[in-house]
Design a protein around this ligand. Sequence first.
Ligand SMILES: Nc1nc2c([nH]c(=O)n2[C@H]2C[C@H](O)[C@@H](COP(=O)(O)OP(=O)(O)OP(=O)(O)O)O2)c(=O)[nH]1
Length: 155
Amino acid sequence: MTGTTIKAPLAVCAAVIEKEGKVLLTQRPHGKQQGGFWEFPGGKIDPGESPHQSLKRELSEELAIEIEIDSLLETVYYHYDWGSVLIIAYLCRWTAGELAHIEVADHAWATPEQFSGYHILPADQPILDRLRSRYSEKSTKMNRKREKEMSQSTS
Ligand SMILES: Nc1nc2c([nH]c(=O)n2[C@H]2C[C@H](O)[C@@H](COP(=O)(O)OP(=O)(O)OP(=O)(O)O)O2)c(=O)[nH]1
């Protein structure tokens, strides 16, 4: 029989770790597929693993840190020329460990306004959009709260 083999998307988990209005980005090692691009730390879900187990393992292997997973932020399906990925991105908290560059070339803490300064993998666009709207909602709420407090203090 001829024809192309259709493969299931690669299941990938990604951690969105926030600190003081910034999000942790990591750079893929240069020798790896898509090397040099920035992404959210994480990786392929291995057979028999749950997404949560996989994410905790990846963060420990790549960065030597421990995390707690809070909630689902976004899921993304994206087709690269070599195949497709299904990315499950979770909001996480860094709970222990000193960050080390074990399987990453570099790391950075970026505000949503700074995302465009990094070459982030194209599949991550919906995650970046979700974060941008999350942060603008947060700042709108804070501004409203501030305005309310100011009007109360002057009345
Ligand atoms: N970790 C991660 N991978 C992403 C993101 N966005 C995106 O397109 N990907 C892609 C890049 C890779 O093709 C794939 C993840 O596979 P990987 O090779 O990095 O996974 P891994 O860490 O398990 O790698 P390895 O053990 O096989 O070396 O998903 C993202 O934000 N984080």
